[in-house]
Write a protein that binds this ligand. Structure first.
Ligand SMILES: CC(=O)Nc1cnc2ccccc2c1
Length: 446
């Protein structure tokens, strides 16, 4: 108990102005830079969104897992020039361990898969919802945390895995009223780049770096891209070919450039035909310029976008077949996606699809005078034991106050405990919508 409260005999509030000792100064009531509080009305929207995330994951038969927000820094040290690494929220703890607040969830899931090792019965279909962090210079005023929904499949090399993941996101969108005319998915495969780099004899270990540079194609000028690609040591005409191949507009054009024999074409063709069967063809389109900004993707990559082009990517994911082995596990195929809680809310606002979520309480229970407070407590407990929500008035208040509160918490009915009724075991119930008032025996209250 802080000193100030102790000085008041352990109670704070109504006595003479609470003593504030010199030990405490006024605190800043805002949350740390780049972070958010969730007061009740924001928390209702967040729970609404997260319940849809979780319901969809369960609909698809995925199991929920959780991993710590704090991880060893080593989990996120990758030498591929990713933005996520520059912004790592890392520090040294009191035992001189290098630790980090996770910037994403996938590495932790992979760590857990390896930890489970042989005891894991594949395929694993996991989902999780967790807060992720980045440390950005506040110059950009961007957020330093967001919540991410992830669904991942371990142990399935076929494209059916990616097809099912996209289907789960389409299911989510449809549940909240978003249609294929609002959003779409751009789909490509990193095997396109891989086949091209192999053709030019570019060493495998440059693959991640090249992808990260290409991912910036819309964000920095093209000759900056060329310069950065040049630094990796790949040849001029390889660079020309690269930039040419990521601008093709259709799978057929891609086939002309790459030839029809490669895995990239085969995977993408299979994905588009599965999309037909899953019923989400009108949601997806091939877009060779999609690489995504994480180094570890190795195959199909996809991202959800708003067709008006006003917002950043809504979600994104893909196949990462080498990550488990890179971290020291067996050679396990894997794919998954991340879906943040920020852009989707902007989209819902845009489309006027934000739900109206008020507090819902079934009963307000109130004693009509203070020596019936105990009786009110009994009534509240009786109702709560029947699974009814009760807002029990905890101090004696004028009836006008009680009616105002009933309106604010959107109570369905008022349960008033009065002297005479209570003497014959009854309470008076007022249904607020109809104004109907009736005497009810406590035993009949439901
Ligand atoms: C729009 C938004 O808030 N993005 C966001 C916010 N915080 C993050 C934190 C870690 C990684 C990615 C993040 C992304």
């Amino acid at each position: 108990i802080c000193a100030a409260t102790k000085a008041n005999g352990g109670r704070s509030g109504s006595i003479a102005a609470p003593l504030v000792t010199e030990d405490f100064q006024k605190i800043d009531v805002n949350p740390p830079k780049g972070t958010r509080d969730f007061p009740p009305e924001d928390m209702r929207l967040r729970n609404w969104l997260f319940n849809h995330f979780k319901e969809v994951s369960r609909l698809f038969g995925y199991e929920e897992v959780d991993v710590p927000v704090l991880e060893s820094e080593a989990l996120f040290i990758r030498k591929s020039g990713e933005e996520i690494k520059d912004q790592l929220y890392c520090f040294e703890d009191k035992s001189n361990r290098r630790v980090a607040l996770r910037p994403e969830l996938t590495p932790s899931l992979v760590r857990l898969v390896i930890q489970k090792g042989k005891s894991a019965s594949f395929p694993l279909k996991w989902f999780t919802l967790g807060q992720c962090w980045r440390y950005e210079r506040m110059t950009r005023g961007r957020r330093r945390e967001h919540y991410q929904w992830n669904m991942d499949i371990f142990g399935v090399p076929q494209v059916t895995a990616e097809a099912e993941l996209i289907s789960s996101i389409v299911t989510f969108f449809k549940r909240i009223g978003i249609t294929a005319s609002d959003v779409g998915f751009k789909v490509s495969s990193r095997k396109v780049l891989q086949e091209l780099l192999n053709k030019y004899g570019v060493p495998e270990n440059l693959f991640g770096r090249v992808c990260i540079i290409i991912d910036k194609i819309e964000k920095i000028p093209i000759d900056e891209i060329k310069k950065e690609l040049g630094f990796t040591g790949i040849s001029e005409d390889a660079i020309e070919q690269l930039l040419q191949v990521i601008s093709v507009k259709s799978l057929d054009d891609l086939e002309d450039v790459l030839g029809g024999a490669g895995e990239a074409i085969a995977d993408l063709k299979q994905l588009f035909s599965l999309a037909e069967k899953f019923g989400y063809s009108e949601w997806i389109q091939f877009d060779a310029s999609i690489v995504r900004g994480l180094a570890y993707y190795t195959g199909i990559v996809f991202e959800g976008f708003d067709r008006k082009g006003k917002l950043r990517a809504i979600c994104g994911g893909g196949r990462y077949d080498r990550l488990v082995s890179t971290y020291g596990g067996d050679d396990t195929p894997a794919c998954g996606f991340g879906f943040g809680d920020a852009v989707i809310v902007e989209l819902l606002k845009e489309k006027d699809l934000l739900p109206e979520l008020g507090q819902e309480v079934e009963n307000i229970v109130c004693a009509l005078d203070e020596d019936l407070q105990g009786a009110a407590a009994t009534v509240a407990t009786t109702l709560r034991d029947k699974g009814q929500t009760v807002d029990l008035v905890l101090e004696s208040k004028p009836l006008k106050w009680v009616f105002k509160r009933a309106a604010r918490v959107n109570a369905r009915r008022l349960v008033l405990v009065g002297k005479t009724e209570w003497e014959n075991g009854s309470v008076s119930v007022k249904v607020l919508s109809s104004g109907e008032q009736l005497q009810v025996k406590l035993s009949d209250l439901d």
